[in-house]
Design a protein around this ligand. Sequence first.
Ligand SMILES: NC(=O)c1ccc[n+]([C@@H]2O[C@H](COP(=O)([O-])OP(=O)(O)OC[C@H]3O[C@@H](n4cnc5c(N)ncnc54)[C@H](OP(=O)(O)O)[C@@H]3O)[C@@H](O)[C@H]2O)c1
Length: 349
Amino acid sequence: MITLEAADTRRVEALMRHAIMLAGNGPERGVNPQVGCVITDASGTVIAEGWHRGAGTPHAEVDALSKLTAEQTRGATAIVTLEPCNHTGRTGPCSQALIAAGIARVVYAVDDPGVESGGGAETLRAAGVEVEGGVLAEDAAEALGDWLVTARLGRPLVTVKWAQSIDGRIAAEDGTSRWITGEVARTDVHVRRAVADAIAVGMGTVLADDPALTARTPTGELHEWQPVPVVFGHRELPQDAALTRHPNDVIALTGDDLAADLRLLRERGIRTLFVEGGPTLASSLVAAGLVDEYLVYLAPSVIGGPRTAIGDAGVRSIADAHRLEITDLQRLGDDILLVLRPASRKGDD
Ligand SMILES: NC(=O)c1ccc[n+]([C@@H]2O[C@H](COP(=O)([O-])OP(=O)(O)OC[C@H]3O[C@@H](n4cnc5c(N)ncnc54)[C@H](OP(=O)(O)O)[C@@H]3O)[C@@H](O)[C@H]2O)c1
């Protein structure tokens, strides 16, 4: 014989699994969380489902509530994969929406680690709502993916990209590096620039290559979305640099404390940083353990010489190597793209 409490736990977990499945309807890429929600009436029957469809759209709870009348929501239970948010972003705070709707009980999976958005559970409790967190948290965290990484770390998701010859060189001895890879690979880079919040290089790359850091189509037109250009370094940006003509203002950071600089970018609303700098900046980020994703474009050429993709990565012995796992591998024209992530991080930590 099972107790009433055990029966409730089983029922709640089954509903949470359903909410996790609904979360999967949300956008797959990017740093928007996939969140799902089900609302049940007092007898435990599901009366509404909701999920988050991407930036600026209603959160899962609000999506589910919108399908019900005030009479239906009063005394109901909401089961949601992420703690209801507590802040007014592009949409209102979900904790307030649940309270206003008269929801009696909220069960959620993962705590919201955001400084501004967290604390929804406390707000709900203070308003007399019965709240339970941590139900199937590990399963739900998987769906939250990169959003959870950036929210927990308080910095943007950092992708470091470079193009190299098969012997790991990113430029020839004289510093020339255009174009190591072919047109298909370069087009791929521009598509990725067009979905990044910001794009970063070190001053060495600015002075060597004078990059525009815009996202362009193969025919040279600007993509609709342009990432914010970020330059790390102490030296002055040359007055005639192509970057001065970028549609967005350049953010200049010294790079003395990379972790602090990244937090600053997050505070300025940047959640994804695409780093296209040279080996000095890339090596510093790798050594500091601040790289969440690597994009390596591999060209079928041998360059040789001193200009390696990564210099000092803080590895003294092979046991200290930064271990990665390949998450994607594509053939792009004559080149190959490898997408890699730190082996210990499976998207939920
Ligand atoms: N194949 C490719 O994918 C690719 C991509 C980019 C560049 N490149 C090539 O790379 C070469 C330039 O290399 P690079 O290493 O000089 O470029 P870089 O890494 O882009 O720039 C290095 C500069 O970044 C600044 N910086 C600020 N904070 C830093 C930190 N914490 N760690 C490291 N650097 C920091 C420093 O500037 P200050 O001295 O002003 O402080 C430093 O000298 C060029 O030949 C270029 O063509 C190749």
